[in-house]
Design a protein around this ligand. Structure first.
Ligand code: ZN
Length: 242
C-alpha cells in the first residue's frame, strides 16, 4: 500500500494542485489529510472540495474547527484571526457542517493521524519537543503516527527502551520495535525555509516514508491573497517559506 499523506493546505489551491499532480506520478493507493485545509490563503472552497473528493480520511485542524466555530480564536495572533474570519465568511452552511463533523484522530491497521498531538488532540499542541513527543507516544497504538500543524517536516523516533531521538531526514525507514511521529510539513504554507509545497508518501511494503517537495506558482497564490484583502504578510511569507 502506498499512502499519499499531506497536511496544512491552508486554502492554497495552486500548491495543492502541484502536490496532487506529483502524487499522480507516484502510484498512490490511498490519500489521507491531516487537517488545516483552510485558513491563510484565498481559495478555501476549492481546497475543501478537492480534499474531500480525494482523501479517504481527514482529521480536523485548528483552522478547520475555528472556521466552523468550534475552536476559540481569541488567543490566536491577529493575522491568523483575520484570515479565519475572512475564511468563515466565504463558507456555506454545508461546508461548515462538514468541517464540524471531522474527527480529531484517525487510525487504521497501518497508521494514526492527528493534527497536533495524540495527547489531548483537542488542544492542538505544537509538537516541537521531546516532552510532548513522549506524551503522544504514550497513547500511540500504531508504529507510525503522522502529524502536521508546525509546518516543519521532522520525525521523532522512540525505541523499545523509550529513548527518543529527532531527525530532519526526508527518508525515514520504519524499523520493527520503534515508534515514529512523522510531521509531513505543509502543502500550502511551508515554514522550514523551503517555499516548495511539502507532502509525504508512506510505502508499507518498503516500510519507508519519504518527504517530498513540489514547486508551484507562488506569485499566483500571492496575487489572490492580496486581491482578497487578506493581510499582505500571508502573501510575503510564501516566497520565504517562513
Ligand atoms: Zn496549519
Amino acid at each position: 500500500m502506498r499512502y499519499g499523506i499531506f497536511s496544512d493546505v491552508h486554502a492554497n489551491i495552486e500548491a495543492l494542485d502541484a502536490v496532487t499532480e506529483t502524487y499522480k506520478t507516484e502510484g498512490i493507493d490511498k490519500y489521507l489529510c491531516i487537517g488545516d485545509i483552510i485558513g491563510y490563503a484565498a481559495s478555501p472552497r476549492e481546497c475543501l472540495a478537492r480534499v474531500f473528493a480525494l482523501a479517504e480520511g481527514t482529521v480536523a485542524g485548528n483552522h478547520d474547527f475555528a472556521c466552523a466555530g468550534l475552536f476559540n480564536i481569541d488567543n490566536l495572533n491577529p493575522v491568523a484571526r483575520e484570515a479565519i474570519l475572512w475564511t468563515a465568511a466565504q463558507l456555506g452552511p454545508g461546508e461548515k457542517t462538514r468541517l464540524k463533523s471531522l474527527e480529531l484522530t484517525y487510525q487504521n491497521e497501518d497508521l494514526t493521524l492527528v493534527h497536533g498531538s495524540l495527547s489531548e488532540p483537542e488542544q492542538f499542541y505544537y509538537l516541537f519537543e521531546e516532552g510532548l513527543a513522549r506524551d503522544s507516544f504514550a497513547v500511540q497504538k500504531t508504529a507510525v503516527c503522522f502529524i502536521g500543524h508546525t509546518h516543519i517536516p521532522a520525525t521523532f523516533v522512540t525505541d523499545e527502551h523509550k529513548n527518543i531521538s529527532y531527525t530532519r531526514n526526508n527518508l525515514i525507514e520504519i524499523k520493527p520495535g520503534n515508534k515514529y511521529i512523522i510531521n509531513v510539513g505543509s502543502v500550502g504554507q511551508p515554514r522550514d525555509g523551503n517555499p516548495k509545497a511539502c507532502f509525504c508518501i508512506y510505502d508499507t511494503d518498503k516500510q519507508s516514508v519519504s518527504i517530498k517537495r513540489a514547486a508551484y506558482d507562488i506569485k499566483k497564490t500571492q496575487g489572490k491573497i492580496i486581491d482578497a484583502g487578506l493581510p499582505g504578510y500571508l502573501a510575503e511569507r510564501l516566497s520565504l517559506g517562513r
